[in-house]
Design a protein around this ligand. Structure first.
Ligand code: SAM
Length: 479
């Protein structure tokens, strides 16, 4: 397997050429449409055929779609060869890696996956789990940030925009070479790479931000470094969660993508709650995906689907492994932790739909400020004046006579969560105008709707439970 050469001057020169020709997300969308940037396989081939052969078109063909182009068409061809990201075949430049503009930075990583034959140290692109983690990371200034299992370096690069210094670690030297090249492509000089397992390279150090998209797939196999942690059950995830908390500075945030086991779907988060208990952090648990052992095995063995015998054998082996672990449910998702002083901390499970998740930094900032207040005052926080945050709206469905069939509260950012509401509860939230407490809002609605005492008490309870949840999710501001 080839290794990238982290020649910083060569990478800086490639980055300069890419910026000068306007190789960015908007230009790619302009040429290929919205889905072009994530095209793979035959789709990528079709896009490559369609592209104009000007300087930008050839760069997209070479670096995004991974097709050979004439060496003369790319001004930094020599530097690309020096980095090892391409080889030469006669007059053609043949890509070995891709460079893709992602969230306004250039990232480099191995070319398209060939499925089961990818080598163990293969370095993946900006994957869905990487997107989830980027979405669930707080973007405030910190002095020191840490990214564990950095892979192509994406979270280190995104952190480098709001951290003075970033430490990026991995057990895979190829990943660290890609990270160094990515940093230099973007002219970033504040990323330090360290080789080693999990938190070993940062023993005794603390950070204001920690990110980790762990190789968290729970499986009987340790086939690929980027996904298989190689430890039994969910042990790797436990190590990541407990050590992330231990390596946080006061007021620091950690966001990690992990997975955890449960006996059944009924109480899916018990183990993460145990890992979090007494660790000095308020926390959110966000199960992005949950499945039983068979679905889990089928999903992660998709690369074997064209070989029915191998696929069936893998399903058998994996489900036997989960049976042996006593696990009937596997969750994959994020854990966000905020370290702060005090003995009492709040852990909140958040429903999230993977297709809806957007960048949640502002929501996290609000929610964790509120969690600290809930830890101190309990539901006494609801005696304060409250107001729905600006990024919310109500959606209503009406029948043909204009009668309200359903009302939904929608958060328009971050987790993009939704809540189905009764008409009265919606009216209470509307009445939280920034000058009223929950009690006052409930009383006003009960009066206006002429509710009986029992109905008013029911509304008070319903509104109380919902309001506390909305506070803890960063949707209702405590004034
Ligand atoms: C799921 S990938 C995430 C890569 C990148 N951070 C991202 O989000 O796209 C997991 C990464 O962890 C690395 N890794 C695997 N085992 C590790 C270990 N014990 N310690 C540190 N990193 C490890 C892999 O090499 C891989 O780069």
């Amino acid at each position: 397997m080839w290794d990238p050469t982290p020649d910083k001057d060569a990478a800086a020169a490639v980055g300069e050429v890419l910026r000068s020709i306007g190789y960015d997300e908007a230009a790619i969308e302009d040429r290929l449409g919205e889905d072009g940037i994530s095209a793979e396989g035959s789709e990528a081939l079709a896009y490559a055929v369609r592209l104009e052969a000007d300087e930008l078109g050839e760069a997209i063909r070479l670096l995004l779609l991974s097709r050979p182009v004439p060496s003369s068409s790319f001004a930094a061809a020599e530097e690309l060869l020096r980095l090892g990201l391409a080889t030469e075949d006669g007059s053609l430049l043949v890509p070995r890696a891709r460079i893709v503009p992602t969230e306004d930075v250039y990232l480099t990583f191995d070319t398209f996956s060939s499925g089961a034959s990818d080598p163990p140290g293969w370095v993946a692109s900006f994957t869905p789990t990487a997107y989830w983690l980027a979405s669930l990371t707080l973007r405030r200034h910190v002095e020191r940030a840490l990214d564990i299992g950095t892979g192509n370096g994406v979270h280190a690069l995104l952190a480098a925009r709001h951290a003075d210094h970033v430490v990026a670690t991995d057990v895979n030297p190829r990943a660290l070479a890609f990270t160094q090249i990515s940093a230099a492509l973007n002219g970033m000089t504040n990323i330090e790479t360290r080789l080693g397992s999990l938190f070993e390279p940062v023993a005794g150090e603390t950070f204001g931000l920690i990110t980790c998209n762990a190789p968290y797939v729970i499986s009987p196999k340790a086939r690929w470094q980027y996904r298989d942690g190689g430890l039994p059950g969910d042990e790797l995830s436990r190590i990541v969660v407990t050590n992330a908390a231990a390596h946080l500075e006061e007021d620091g945030f950690a966001s990690v993508m992990v997975s955890w086991l449960a006996a059944s779907e009924d109480e899916p988060d018990e183990r993460v709650r145990e890992w979090l208990a007494g660790n000095g952090c308020d926390a959110w648990i966000l199960a992005v995906d949950g499945s039983d052992p068979l679905d889990h095995a089928a999903g992660w063995n998709d690369h074997l689907a064209s070989d029915p015998a191998a696929f069936a054998e893998a399903l058998e082996e994996w489900t036997a492994y989960f049976a042996q672990l006593g696990a009937g449910w596997i969750s994959e998702g994020g854990v966000v932790m905020h370290r702060r002083p005090g003995d009492s901390h709040v852990i909140r499970a958040i429903d999230v739909d993977e297709d809806e998740l957007e960048f949640a930094s502002d929501q996290l900032e609000r929610a964790f400020r509120a969690l600290a207040e809930v830890a101190r005052d309990g539901d006494g926080v609801l005696d304060r004046t409250l107001r729905l945050v600006e990024e919310t709206r109500f959606d209503q469905e009406l029948d043909r006579t204009g009668g309200v069939m359903s009302t939904t509260l929608v958060l328009d950012e971050g987790t993009c969560s939704t809540w189905e509401l009764s008409t009265e509860t919606a009216a209470v939230l509307v009445a939280l105008d920034g000058a009223s407490t929950l009690e006052q809002a409930v009383a006003r609605v009960a009066r206006r709707e002429e509710l009986s005492k029992r109905e008013a008490a029911e509304l008070r309870q319903e509104a109380h439970d919902l309001a506390l949840e909305l506070v803890e999710v960063g949707v209702l501001d405590l004034l």
